[in-house]
Design a protein around this ligand. Structure first.
Ligand SMILES: *Cc1c(COP(=O)(O)O)cnc(C)c1O
Length: 229
């Protein structure tokens, strides 16, 4: 059996190899371990192997793990669909949100962020493939949303995130990620202080790193295949 620690090391090696191949510093690509559906025991094992940042998609599940593992001082990133009735739990407990795509939700997160904590780091999720069923702000509407978010006191705008339509073709994968990078560059040129491109998952992290990802969100390659619910 391949241990979780070995799989984590293999993912780190993939990141380092891709970074070198595309002329990037491996230290500039953060690994977010997506632990949704996996137990706090699995998170504890990954933490013991040096992993700090964990991604969760479901609020109650994430809060339960945070409570159990509070002593480990991990970084928790919310990456799931974010309805307005979930914002308080996210604002009070998470360090990052990657899935912000609506002004109304942004305003609630900002108002509900406890003043005792540093502002919540947020990425705007962009629907880069234009899929009707997908979450995310359209590329055309992203700059206006970003400008408002950048002015909210409880939030710190960090960058853009995408989940492109799945593809097995490397060049097609790169094409989607390139569009997110170009959108971020355009927004930076317009004065928005973005330092994060959250893109790339288990099957396409190399293409994302080739196009400038600063954070890859990896679940199954570390923890195993999730049960389909
Ligand atoms: C589940 C999930 C991931 C991780 O996907 P894997 O294919 O298991 O690596 C990354 N990002 C988001 C938004 C997710 O929901």
């Amino acid at each position: 059996m391949i241990t979780l620690t070995a799989k984590l090391q293999a993912v780190r090696a993939r990141i380092a190899r891709a970074a070198r191949q595309y002329g990037r510093d491996p230290g500039n690509v953060v690994l977010l371990a997506v632990s949704k559906t996996w137990s706090s025991a699995c998170v504890r094992e990954a933490a013991a192997a040096g992993q700090r940042a964990f991604g969760e998609s479901y609020l109650q599940e994430g809060l339960a793990k945070m409570a159990e593992l509070a002593a480990l001082n991990l970084d928790w990133h919310f990456i799931g669909a974010l309805q307005a009735n979930k914002t308080r739990g996210v604002a009070e407990n998470f360090d990052w949100v990657h899935s912000l795509d609506r002004l109304h939700v942004a305003e609630r997160l900002s108002a509900q962020r406890p003043p005792s904590r540093r502002p919540l780091s947020v990425c705007l999720q962009v629907n880069i493939s234009g899929e009707a069923s997908k979450a995310g702000v359209s590329p055309a509407d992203a700059p206006a949303l970003a400008r408002v978010v950048a002015g909210l006191p409880g939030l710190r705008l960090r960058g853009l995130m995408c989940v492109p339509a799945p593809s097995d073709d490397f060049l097609e994968q790169r094409h989607s990620f390139r569009r997110l990078r170009e959108l971020a560059e355009q927004m930076q040129a317009d004065g928005l202080p973005l330092d994060t491109l959250s893109m790339g998952m288990s099957h396409d992290l190399e293409a994302a790193i080739a196009e400038g990802a600063t954070l890859v969100r990896v679940g199954s390659a570390i923890f195993g295949e999730r049960q389909k619910v």
